[in-house]
Ligand binder design. Structure first.
Ligand code: TXA
Ligand code: MG
Length: 339
């Protein structure tokens, strides 16, 4: 791939970013969840550049970002009333809806599926950018495929510097985990990826089956979910249950004896349980939004510290905990221990 000089653009340079996008280039931009790598969703050649820059498998479809319901209507064939209700309640915001696509949406965006994932991001810079261009933006998270999603412009630069022409810097993103992905082509709706809008919030309004409930059913509806994701270089172990601290101490001793650099990820209040160990603080105990916000930064931090093993205390799976545990499980690649 040709080496590019990646420009860092300030929010007031939205116009410059829009020009690049109109020329068929890719640009990274902030959303309320994580940074996205955008391209004109209606231009297959521009979208192909997203896959090339990220090293993303071609069979993993992209989310199309829109200015509002009006623009979404140009891309999808039908909006069931229950889906419209969710749009009105949660947009702009971290909820992605999978709907039957219209002809205009190129195959490269949807990886050949007859559905398209759409959302309206709740970020002033993203919305200004979407309004400045006349087309919707296909955008996956702006990380190298398999790496934790970027929540700061510098994360994007680490992964994609030299591979993309520009990053629109909007500072730190708010939520820190990606949007919730909901399949609205079946009834009840199916949760494909837990995210910023919680399962509990959705179930207050419409019927939704969780991933646990529809796991094992025919082909994976969200192709992206089958890839290892969110993984730092360090081996992650996810430890749950009342004996978690004891287990983590035992494991850390065993790994340190082998000469491996070990870190522990735990709530600030529990750091005292791990004297002498490198602790990555998850913030105040039970503050799930706070943890979601720093989760990917902590995983990247583990690599910066040169950790070979990261022992992580599991959290409860209520509310945002479901999205957090989903990402941690992927990072752990099956290394899960319950006590
Ligand atoms: O918060 C977010 O959603 C961020 C920001 C940038 O908007 N984007 C993001 O995109 O996380 P990405 O590409 O990393 O994840 C998109 C997920 C993948 O799991 C993909 O398989 C799924 O959405 N997806 C996309 N189109 C789909 C479709 N038509 N049917 C089912 N799943 C789809
Ligand atoms: Mg991603």
């Amino acid at each position: 791939m040709e080496e590019l000089k990646t420009k860092l653009l300030q929010p007031e340079e939205v116009g410059r970013a829009a020009e690049l996008l109109a020329q068929g280039e890719v640009v990274a931009f902030p959303t309320e969840t994580v940074y996205g790598l955008g391209a004109n969703a209606l231009d297959p050649e521009a979208v192909a550049k997203i896959f090339a820059a990220k090293g993303r498998p071609q069979d993993n479809p992209l989310i199309v970002h829109c200015t509002g319901i009006g623009q979404v209507e140009e891309l999808v064939r039908d909006i069931p009333p229950a889906a419209r209700l969710l749009m009105e309640r949660f947009w702009p915001g971290p909820l992605t809806l999978v709907l039957p696509k219209r002809e205009v949406v190129p195959e490269v965006v949807t990886a050949g599926l007859d559905t398209v994932a759409v959302r309206v991001p709740d970020h002033p810079v993203a919305l200004r950018l979407l309004q400045a261009v006349s087309f919707p933006l296909a955008a996956p998270s702006a990380n190298l495929s398999g790496k934790p999603s970027p929540t700061r412009a510098e994360h994007v630069l680490q992964d994609l510097g030299g591979r993309i022409p520009a990053i629109l810097d909007g500072g730190e993103t708010g939520w820190g985990v990606e949007s919730t992905v909901l399949d609205c082509t079946t009834w009840p709706f199916r949760l494909l990826r837990p995210g910023g809008v919680t399962l509990e919030q959705l179930q207050e309004l419409v019927e939704v089956v969780s991933r646990a409930q529809h796991a094992g059913e025919e082909p994976p509806r969200s192709p992206g979910m089958k890839y290892a994701h969110y993984a730092p270089e360090a081996e992650v172990f996810l430890v749950s249950g009342p004996g978690a601290a004891g287990k983590i101490l035992e494991l850390s001793e065993a790994f340190e004896e082998k000469g491996l650099k070990v870190g522990v990820m735990t709530w600030a209040e529990r750091a005292v349980l791990y004297p002498g160990l490198t602790v990555l603080s998850m913030g105040h105990e039970g503050d799930l939004p706070g943890l979601a916000n720093k989760l990917y930064h902590l995983l990247r931090r583990a690599d910066e510290l040169g950790l070979k093993v990261l022992l992580v205390e599991a959290v409860g799976e209520e509310h945002l905990g479901l999205a957090i545990m989903n990402r941690l499980r992927k990072a752990a690649k099956g290394r899960e221990i319950s006590t």
